[in-house]
Design a protein around this ligand. Structure first.
Ligand SMILES: NC(=O)c1ccc[n+]([C@@H]2O[C@H](COP(=O)([O-])OP(=O)(O)OC[C@H]3O[C@@H](n4cnc5c(N)ncnc54)[C@H](OP(=O)(O)O)[C@@H]3O)[C@@H](O)[C@H]2O)c1
Length: 286
């Protein structure tokens, strides 16, 4: 049997790190794809120690940069002839961000990191996914979208070039686009061995020390929210289940909650006209 290869972006902290531990414990080779070498190495040590696996490796990728994604994809092609699991966990959501920021390639960072980057990486390693007889792509959405029932992807200006930036809307817009991409890709790949599913993440405890810019009030608010939140370990169980459970083979285009239950997707994301428009927009970035 071929080695099972799993890539998890943003696995140096939070849910991604816990998912890396759980999936490595199941015997998968896990590549934690992180943007920062030092944070990645610290996480790598911890993941190896906790999973008792030597088959965990660090890859460097900045999901907001097409050049970085290309170079990461090249490194994967050099090392592997297939990929079994690709988890698009990395995301940018800094509630203190007041203005849109643009990368040196000219892209708005939230849109690029959370939506275009994952699409681009998937395209770049599609041949490796096709070489697996049971490949799984997982995208990550947010239960917080329930509080934004009227939000849509702004087709004219997704990158806030001519409208006032709002980091919360930028984040949820990117998550809507990821969901749309998930349903579209699952359909595109329906007669292949690749499945594509999305996970709805509820409030999960975050590491406040990662957010030094938070005001004392926001730190207090996060601490209160944390009491109602599940742990990253608990959330990672759903990642690990969808990534590895034999019963999930062939299940595609579905949306799952933290109890591994299938749930309905927001109507906006399953409307064919919306899907076509968002995919047309997305393709312009590839
Ligand atoms: N926590 C929640 O309540 C919650 C709720 C709904 C959805 N989610 C989703 O769950 C996923 C994991 O979140 P989390 O709570 O575990 O947050 P987290 O601990 O902040 O993890 C996010 C990860 O993404 C990485 N990242 C950010 N920008 C990146 C880039 N340009 N390139 C590569 N990596 C990048 C971060 O790396 P650095 O260390 O370098 O910053 C970090 O490792 C995200 O998709 C998030 O949107 C979380």
């Amino acid at each position: 049997m071929k080695d099972k290869i799993c890539i998890i972006t943003g696995a140096n902290s939070g849910i991604g790190k816990q998912a890396a531990i759980q999936i490595a414990t199941k015997g998968y080779h896990v590549i934690i794809a992180c943007r920062n070498q030092q944070r990645g190495e610290i996480a790598l040590e911890e993941i190896r120690a906790q999973s008792q696996s030597t088959q965990v490796k660090l890859g460097i990728v900045d999901m907001s940069s097409k050049a970085s994604i290309c170079s990461f994809a090249d490194s994967l092609h050099q090392k592997f002839d297939h990929i079994d699991v690709l988890i698009h966990n990395a995301a940018l959501f800094n509630v203190t961000q007041k203005e849109a920021q643009y990368t040196n390639e000219g892209f708005e960072t939230v849109w690029m990191t959370n939506h275009i980057g994952p699409v681009y990486l998937t395209e770049k390693v599609m041949d490796l996914l096709k070489n697996s007889d049971d490949a799984r792509v997982l995208t990550i959405s947010s239960k917080g979208l329930l509080a934004k029932p009227f939000l849509k992807v702004n087709l004219a200006d997704p990158e806030y070039k001519s409208r006032k930036f709002d980091v919360t809307n930028a984040y949820y817009q990117s998550k809507l686009a990821q969901m749309i991409y998930t349903w579209w890709l699952a359909k595109e790949l329906e007669n292949t061995s690749i499945t594509v599913n999305a996970i709805r993440v509820p409030a999960v405890q975050i590491d406040i020390s990662r957010h030094p810019d938070l005001s004392p009030f926001m730190k207090w608010a996060y601490q209160q929210k944390s009491k109602q939140s599940i742990t990253p370990q608990r959330m990672a169980e759903t990642y690990a289940y969808l990534a590895t459970d034999a019963g999930m083979k062939s299940i595609s285009g579905k949306y799952f909650d933290e109890n591994n239950q299938e749930i309905s997707a927001d109507n906006y994301t399953i409307n064919l006209d919306n899907i076509n428009k968002v995919i047309e927009l997305t393709n312009k970035y590839l």
